[in-house]
Design a protein around this ligand. Structure first.
Ligand code: LYS
Length: 267
């Protein structure tokens, strides 16, 4: 009887020790193999790339980042902080990644690092049907609404002159479009896919999208990081993995209804 009791106690101790070890290793895994949980900041007013669906942030960028981060073994949370605060957070290191249809350009490369490109874009013009605007140069005597601090704002500044009060700058792109809707502007300049989605989803507003391949340059989006971030290489690897395994094409097709030109992105 007594012997059985000792064996039982021994058995229980072993079970407890094993359970404790199990909890320990589980905890290590939940940190993503010891990798930190990333704070990803965005401006969720730029459909179809990132926007609010009730209280959830969704969009092409969200799906692409989720797939790339999964490949790279990172856990993360995406927080809607707004466009200007996004840059401030990366600059002072409170965030790990900027995910916001962010164009890779020389100016930003001075202060931030970028992943490999994941989307090709160009600025276009949104204007009311019947407008006499046919190309970028026609904007010079118009009032133009833009999101401040974007490549669209830079392009319009270059056309109309820095500090021109006919360039109306807004905190996000939806406010710029609203200004035109309320007749406070003749046009909005922003990324093609965003304007095209807006015109298509709001046919009753009678806006058209005007393309000018000579007037606006081709741009590429990247995930943005603080300078010398260790995560850049991991997430670029994650992007390359989803280019190669078909996941990128699958997500692209879901959002844009056609196949992507991945070779162009890799070139
Ligand atoms: N791609 C443009 C840029 O990087 C527009 C981004 C706007 C994001 N809300 O400036």
């Amino acid at each position: 009887m007594r012997k059985n009791g000792i064996l039982f106690a021994l058995f229980i101790s072993i079970v407890l020790v094993l359970a404790a070890c199990g909890t320990g290793s589980e905890k290590a895994n939940s940190d993503g193999d010891g990798k930190k949980k990333l704070r990803v900041v965005t401006d969720a007013a730029y459909a179809p790339f990132e926007y609010m669906d009730k209280d959830k942030i969704i969009g092409f960028d969200v799906d692409i980042f989720t797939a790339a981060a999964e490949e790279a073994g990172y856990d993360f949370e995406i927080v809607n902080v707004g466009w200007d605060p996004l840059f401030a957070e990366l600059e002072n290191g409170t965030a790990d990644v900027g995910l916001s249809a962010i164009t890779i350009n020389d100016d930003r490369l001075k202060s931030y690092d970028f992943s490999v490109p994941y989307f090709e874009s160009t600025n276009k013009i949104l204007a009311p049907e019947g407008t006499d605007i046919k190309k970028a140069a026609d904007l010079t005597d118009k009032t133009v609404a833009v999101q401040s601090g974007t490549t669209g704002a830079d392009a319009v500044d270059a056309l109309l002159g820095n500090g021109n009060e006919k360039v109306k700058k807004f905190e996000n792109n939806n406010l710029a479009i609203l200004e035109m809707k309320n007749q406070g502007a003749d046009a909005v300049v922003a990324d093609n896919a965003v304007l095209e989605a807006y015109a298509k989803n709001n046919p009753q507003e009678n806006f058209i999208v005007i393309e000018d391949k000579e007037g606006f340059e081709s741009e590429y989006y990247g995930f943005m990081f603080p300078k010398d971030s260790e995560m850049e290489a991991d997430l670029s690897k994650g992007l390359n993995a989803i280019f190669d395994n078909g996941k990128y094409a699958e997500i692209y097709k879901e959002w844009f209804g056609q196949d992507p030109d991945i070779e162009n992105l890799k070139a």
